[in-house]
Unconditional design. Structure first.
Length: 342
């Protein structure tokens, strides 16, 4: 054997002859640290980026384009109509009434849900027996799917066979048409508050994060339980409550439950939804699937998006002076120092 064969670089054929196994060449990989970090970043975020582009960005862009057309979802002859759909939205009294009804519904249910969840959290934060069992029982309704909860309420408040009218009959009171006007709005409010356990569990986590030393100091200073709650607990809990107000408001303005508890939850039976529960999302559903007005319905969705954004910005503006942060986010940022600073 020659010296070159002993000292020269091993080729794939020589490795295969020496080991008896095929040699596979490694895939090219960037040598620089910055390039490796970039490749790793896109490999890990690639699935999410594809999902965002295909399931969020593209549908949003397509709906925005539809809002400027007279598309019916079926005919290939779609015509560009400009701002005609948006002008109709702001001139249609039924649409404006449903939007106002949605805002009123959110103004009622969001504070009720927040207060109910907070009261439950305060009660279940006390050292009582079987506290974990009560927490589980109050939180369980929050994990029930909305469709299942709506169908359950529909059975309970059915006019002929519902248990609600059964209780009224036992008390000698005539049964009510719960799923029709004017009682349907109260059923919807109760169904919305059915998920107050979600607010409770987040408020409970916020209560347990409050330092016990502050409450003990307030008690030493002579503060009552109510004063400790309003002067110590609520200010420290205000960021958690503010977060819940924003999220509950966004969810409530997009509620679709009234159709699920209506007498005929189908595109053809959308007119069976009581007027008091005819919210903006019911109008969107009606325009999409009952009237086949895809362009107008898309414009309705974009108007709802702008409405939610404006309401959210208003809440942020109001909450700017009402929310107490123990650490200022701006002051908590570390200051960068350059070479030569002392």
């Amino acid at each position: 054997m020659s010296t070159d064969q002993l000292t020269g670089p091993a080729t794939s054929s020589s490795v295969r002859q020496a080991t008896g196994r095929p040699h596979f060449r490694r895939a090219p990989w960037p040598r620089s640290r910055q390039a490796r970090r970039a490749v790793s970043f896109y490999l890990f975020t690639g699935p999410w980026l594809l999902g965002f582009l295909g399931l969020t960005a593209f549908p949003l862009g397509y709906a925005l384009w539809l809002s400027f057309t007279n598309s019916d979802g079926l005919s290939p002859h779609t015509r560009f109509v400009g701002l005609a759909n948006y002008r109709e939205v702001f001139s249609d009294p039924d649409t404006l009434a449903s939007l106002a009804r949605t805002g009123l519904f959110a103004a009622i249910t969001v504070p009720l849900t927040i207060v109910t969840g907070l009261v439950l959290a305060v009660l279940l934060n006390q050292p009582i027996r079987a506290r974990g069992v009560f927490r589980t029982l109050f939180y369980l309704p929050a994990v029930v799917p909305p469709v299942g909860a709506a169908l359950t309420f529909k059975l309970i408040f059915d006019r002929d066979s519902g248990s609600a009218n059964g209780v009224l009959d036992m008390l000698g009171v005539n049964g009510l048409t719960w799923l029709g006007d004017p009682y349907a709005r109260y059923v919807l409010i109760m169904l919305t508050m059915w998920g107050a356990g979600n607010v409770m569990i987040i408020s409970l986590a916020g209560l347990q994060d409050i330092p016990r030393e502050l409450l003990d100091a307030a008690r030493v200073d002579g503060a009552s339980q109510w004063q400790s709650f309003t002067r110590v607990v609520l200010p420290l809990l205000s960021p958690v409550l503010f977060f819940q107000v924003v999220t509950q408001l966004i969810v409530t303005l997009q509620t679709f439950v009234p159709l699920l508890i209506s007498l005929d939850p189908t595109p053809q039976g959308v007119g069976a939804v009581p007027e008091s529960n005819y919210l903006i999302m019911i109008d969107v559903f009606s325009q999409y699937f009952a009237n086949n007005r895809y362009g107008y319905a898309s414009a309705l969705l974009w108007v709802l998006f702008l409405f939610i954004m404006l309401v959210t910005l208003l809440v942020f503006r109001i909450g700017k002076g009402a929310v107490f942060y123990s650490v200022d986010p701006e002051q908590a940022k570390p200051k960068t120092r350059t070479i030569g600073d002392k």
